[in-house]
Design a protein around this ligand. Structure first.
Ligand code: UDP
Length: 266
């Protein structure tokens, strides 16, 4: 059993060296943080659910021609991904007013926006992820004008697709955050979708009751966080493989620190 080299540890995920050059293993932790890390908790089973939901979304987006870093899920908490050069932007897409948009412009939460709005924030925890304009992005070389165009076009496609997928299971996609990376092929860098798509990074409301089914349950101490994430996975039809998680049990093949053996034993 070999110990893998840790490449990076973030708030909700760890990246390990992958089995082949150009690959990484993305491990989903149970840790939840909010308000720049000031609020912290461990939510048992969150990593397993997010790994599965993100796999589902990345796979389906891949199937409609949106290139992603995702290769395949390895086990309950890990997925094999392509190593990309992360573009240091949080790309936020909004359909309905909520969160910081409501605060900034005094919009009531739940107000449908005249059209989908894309915002960019600089990925920098120390600076509290400040919002940036395209002017800043190009002047400071965080991304080129062509890359911004690609990111915006891909984000709108992701939004249309996710809105459809969620609406068919009775969920409204209020907003979400995605990240992109550069996949280098010789001297050419292609922009691909990276990171994750999960209830940690989306606002998801029950279409009938407007009940929150996402990380706002943790941010606002609404309770039943894991139950809500599980409900999202259940509605998407991807819960069959993780019965132990729903009951709060520890999955048997939860390879926290061991090398991944690529076997999916669920
Ligand atoms: N978001 C995220 N990570 C962040 C900031 C925001 O995943 O560091 C997501 C958040 O869950 C929501 C959307 O991006 O779905 C818009 O978040 P907002 O700007 O309203 O900030 P928040 O109110 O979440 O602080």
């Amino acid at each position: 059993m070999t110990r893998r080299k840790k490449i990076y540890e973030g708030k909700a995920k760890i990246l390990y060296e992958g089995p082949e050059p150009g690959t990484l293993i993305q491990y989903f932790k149970d840790d939840a943080t909010a308000f720049d890390g000031k609020k912290k908790a461990s939510l048992e089973g969150k990593g397993v659910i997010n790994n599965r939901i993100s796999e589902y979304m990345m796979t389906r987006l891949g199937a409609i021609g949106i290139q992603t870093h995702f290769i395949r899920r390895l086990n309950l908490r890990e997925q094999l991904i392509r190593e990309v050069e992360i573009i240091p932007l949080e790309v936020i897409c909004r359909n309905i007013a909520a969160g910081s948009l409501s605060t900034r412009f005094g919009l009531p939460e739940g107000q449908v926006l005249p059209r989908s709005i894309i915002e960019f924030c600089l990925k920098d925890d120390k600076l509290h992820d400040p919002m940036v304009a395209e002017e800043h992005i190009t002047a400071f070389n965080w991304a080129s004008p062509q890359e911004i165009d690609d990111i915006m076009a891909m984000t709108l496609r992701v939004n249309d697709f996710l809105c459809g997928v969620f609406s068919t299971v009775g969920i409204t996609l209020v907003d979400f955050k995605i990240e992109f990376g550069r996949l280098w092929e010789n001297d050419f860098a292609r922009v691909v979708l990276a990171d994750e798509i999960s209830p940690d990074s989306c606002r998801l409301w029950d279409s009938t009751t407007n009940e929150k089914l996402d990380k706002d349950r943790f941010r606002r101490d609404l309770g039943n966080v894991i139950e809500s994430y599980t409900e999202v996975a259940r509605r998407l039809g991807i819960m069959k493989e993780m019965p132990t998680v729903i009951q709060g049990g520890r999955p048997s093949n939860d390879d926290d620190h061991r090398a991944s053996n690529d076997d999916d034993k669920e």
